[in-house]
Design a protein around this ligand. Sequence first.
Ligand code: 13P
Length: 253
Amino acid sequence: MERLPFIAGNWKMNKTVEEATGLVRELKTSLSGVKDVEVAVAPPFTALYSVSQELMGSSIRLAAQNVFYEEKGAFTGEISPLMLKAIGCQYVIIGHSERRQFFGETDETVNRKMKVALTHGLNPIFCIGETLKEREEGKTFSVIRRQIEGGLQGLGENEMKGVVIAYEPVWAIGTGKTATPEQAEEVHRFIRERLEKLYSPEIARGVRIQYGGSVTPENIRGLMGQEDIDGALVGGASLKAESFSRIVRFREM
Ligand code: 13P
């Protein structure tokens, strides 16, 4: 099965509304004519609506960076899946390591968010990845396994068709230290094998697995050349139209 490459920009806590709409306008121009790659941007919540308006008629998809696991109510500061769906979000990043690290997210809360997102027709970009300490202690595969089993707990085959997985080794995020294509591929292959055990060969073949962590226009081609790497979740390099478009146009480089 051919998996459509998927490149998404996670803007994290960057860009005012004006900056965000400006960047999207530039992206619409610099990405025009791009085929056979799916592209998404994940602006901060305050800019989501303006960006969604700016993206009308464009093939660039809208993603949120987080979602809460309840639909509505007394949850000060949280954003519901219904609210995201209503403004045209198609994807939502769930379980990013920064949320696990700084905001106390666990495999269990991540799992609740996965379920509620899917119930409301949002496609999760489900993030997993080991820390440097875990890698050095030889725990990479056990951590990935725990995160997969915890995060996907209770999700059926049909739901898995709407899920994208992002492997983001924590030591490679914002550090300029990318995993080598071979290091990343080793974990991507492991993830696919787990999916085959938990679900089926069909699900394992169909689910897209992005790599994230210091992706640049210079290293994207090598990563995309690996059999089990189907795209990228890009942080820093997604904040400028020039670098993000070069990443999306990896085939032309
Ligand atoms: P950087 O590309 O800045 O390393 O960030 C990766 C990331 O965390 C994307 O979600």
